[in-house]
Design a protein around this ligand. Structure first.
Ligand code: GLY
Length: 369
């Protein structure tokens, strides 16, 4: 006997991204109006830096609104984005009586939103979650788009799931408490978006990068809006990365590898900046970008206070090996995506944006850096 289990699904995972300042009240109003359905119990997941700045206040406001809330705190930093920390969150939530009738509110940067989103996706086989992004890196990339994951000792983001939040709040006001190094790290993802999708945005960054580092309100609002606009155009066409979404990995093949080899002494954006320059220099050799536009990209990263060369102490043979742990590797071959001049991407036919690159080709470029 054979049975066919018909399980076709029509899914609407659409959600809002609210960009503004001091959005705590907006979050509370949304929870009251049923953003997470009938949930009355909220796990506020945050890190040791953000707890005192924003998360404790948000948990307090949720309680004042008549719900129950507990905070769950991980140590700040990329080293917390692990399976072990996911287990810690899950066990802590279970101990505090959290079951399937809860929702997760992630308050923090990319590590918190990636880890909390993944935890929410598997806790009780899936509970709703909301991202309250407090950093530029989370605003530019991590909190939007539904990729959630943890790192493993082998490489970053290898274990995870697509899991879309119920809503994303991008609170630009929180950037004022970001250390400059963290703001610069977020700027790498911002420069990446300009390189891959918007020449005007690139020119704006060239005009205003120092203003952004000084937290100029208008300049920060501009980049918050632009980052979302560019990322969403891509994600809405290819949520599961069957083709186009690969372009969002610009600079990440080398970036992710160097981040791991540095043992996370480089911040994500710092590693991505080095990766952006590596792909631009390789792209120049392959005729995808002019020397002038490579120089512009490099100059912009420098002005954003980002590294553009490989720091001393990075083991280069280990870095080359680590490139092969990238998720874009197919049949053991490295694949890179390339910016086309500034503001668009090289397409290799159809929906294919990846090009096979040999170890020797990328090795030569890394030797010059
Ligand atoms: N961070 C790359 C992506 O969201 O696809």
């Amino acid at each position: 006997m054979n049975f066919r289990c018909e399980l076709k699904r029509v899914v609407d995972d659409s959600y809002d991204i609210e960009i503004g300042r001091r959005l705590q009240q907006s979050l509370i109003a949304d929870l009251k109006s049923g953003l997470c359905g009938r949930v009355k119990k909220f796990a506020v997941v945050t890190d040791s830096n953000v707890l005192g700045l924003y998360a404790a206040e948000i948990a307090g406001m949720i309680k004042e609104a008549g719900f129950s809330a507990e905070t769950f705190v991980i140590p700040a930093g990329e080293r917390s984005k692990t399976r072990k920390m996911k287990e810690f969150l899950e066990d802590s939530m279970l101990e505090k009586g959290f079951r399937r009738d809860c929702a997760v509110i992630a308050v923090g940067g990319g590590v918190v939103t990636d880890l909390a989103g993944f935890t929410a996706g598997t806790f009780g086989r899936g509970v709703p979650f909301v991202n309250y992004a407090t950093t530029l890196l989370a605003a530019a990339d991590a909190s939007v788009g539904g990729k959630t994951a943890v790192d493993t000792p082998l490489a970053t983001n290898l274990i995870g799931m697509f899991n879309q939040p119920r809503k994303v709040y991008i609170d630009i006001d929180c950037w004022k408490t970001l250390p400059e190094r963290q703001l610069s790290s977020g700027l790498a993802e911002t420069v990446k978006h300009a390189c891959l999708g918007d020449a005007e945005m690139f020119a704006f960054l060239e005009e205003n990068i120092e203003k952004i580092l000084r937290n100029d309100p208008a300049a920060c609002e501009y980049i918050a809006n632009k980052n979302c606009e560019i990322k969403y155009k891509v994600v809405m066409q290819d949520e599961r990365e069957s083709g186009l979404r690969e372009i969002l990995n610009l600079g990440h093949t080398v970036g992710r590898a160097i981040e791991t080899v540095s043992d996370y002494t480089l911040l994500h954006g710092e590693a991505v900046s080095i990766g952006l320059i590596a792909q631009a220099r390789l792209g120049r050799e392959l005729g995808f970008i002019s020397p002038e536009n490579v120089d512009r990209t490099e100059a912009l990263c420098r002005r954003a206070k980002l590294p553009v060369t490989i720091p001393e102490g990075i083991d280069r043979p280990q870095l080359l090996d680590k490139l092969y742990t990238d998720k874009k590797v197919r049949d053991g071959k490295l694949r890179f995506v390339f910016q086309k001049e500034i503001g668009s991407m090289v397409c290799f036919g159809g929906n294919n944006f990846g090009k096979e690159i040999t170890r020797e080709q990328i090795g030569r470029i890394l030797d010059q850096m």
